[in-house]
Design a protein around this ligand. Structure first.
Ligand code: ADP
Ligand code: MG
Length: 242
């Protein structure tokens, strides 16, 4: 992890007609960090991530990745990838075909594709024999891992996650929290993660941004937020963890 600004937001405003969802966000995310955006429902987390991946346009302000301005760049040209809940997998295809999809788009030769898929199956602790398994025969946790493997096959610089674990039961969530943290270490990629659960944020993140009503209240490590919350809102939000 380096200290140089990697992903940089300056004065980012997002309006939906007369409603302002983001009020001029300034934010620096470092290369290789696990950065989590946490806040109550409606605080603007998904809106922010949608602007970062290019699913929606900024109203004002700029987003830079390294020295490149990306807020005007089409989504498919940005070196970013969004991991949704497992819903985004192709149900009629096999596990292997799903993971291979980005490699086919890049026109990689079949033998190389197969090797890369095997590496990704290993990385996500899925048996190589799953190559031919149907998505419909996979459990919720397996689908989540397959979705992650496919996202990594795009070889993005940044992976974005919008509440990927919120629909899962407690035990599976705990298991996947650990796996995600481990995956972050092993890939060295920048992870930007959204959750409304501060507990989840505290377990996984290098730094956390706490959002309220389209503004960032505090950016700090879990420990700093715990010991020195900057506002009553943060302190109360913190209290919900215990
Ligand atoms: P979060 O992900 O933190 O729950 P969102 O980013 O989804 O919050 O939403 C932030 C605010 O912006 C909410 O008040 C929401 O209703 C509003 N909003 C989000 N998307 C749209 C949209 N497409 N049109 C109008 N309002 C929207
Ligand atoms: Mg959301």
């Amino acid at each position: 992890m380096t200290d140089t600004a990697f992903l940089r937001l300056r004065g980012v405003v997002k309006k939906f007609h007369s409603f302002t969802a983001l009020h001029g966000i300034d934010l620096d995310i470092r290369e290789g960090e696990f950065f989590t955006i946490v806040g109550p429902s409606g605080s603007g987390k998904s809106t922010m991530i949608r602007l970062l991946v290019g699913m929606d346009d900024v109203t004002e302000g700029q987003i830079h990745l390294r020295d490149e301005r990306i807020d005007q760049m089409p989504a498919n040209l940005r070196p970013t990838c969004m991991v949704f809940q497992s819903l985004a997998l192709f149900p009629h295809m096999s596990v292997g075909q799903n993971i291979e999809f980005p490699l086919k788009l890049r026109k990689e030769p079949p033998a190389q594709r197969r090797e890369r898929v095997n590496e990704l199956l290993d990385l996500l602790h899925l048996p190589r024999s799953y190559y031919d398994k149907r998505i419909s025969q996979c459990s919720g946790g397996e689908r989540q891992r397959i979705a992650l493997a496919r996202a990594l096959a795009f070889d993005p610089e940044i992976l974005f996650f919008d509440e990927p674990l919120s629909a899962l039961d407690y035990r599976l969530r705990k298991t996947l929290e650990k796996e995600l943290k481990d995956l972050h270490h092993r890939t060295g990629k920048t992870f930007v993660y959204i959750t409304h659960s501060l507990e989840e944020a505290m377990v996984m993140s290098d730094r956390i941004a706490i959002m309220k009503d389209g503004r960032i209240e505090q950016i700090a490590t879990a420990d700093e937020i715990y010991r020195r919350p900057v506002s009553r809102f943060v302190a109360e939000f913190m209290g919900e963890v215990n």
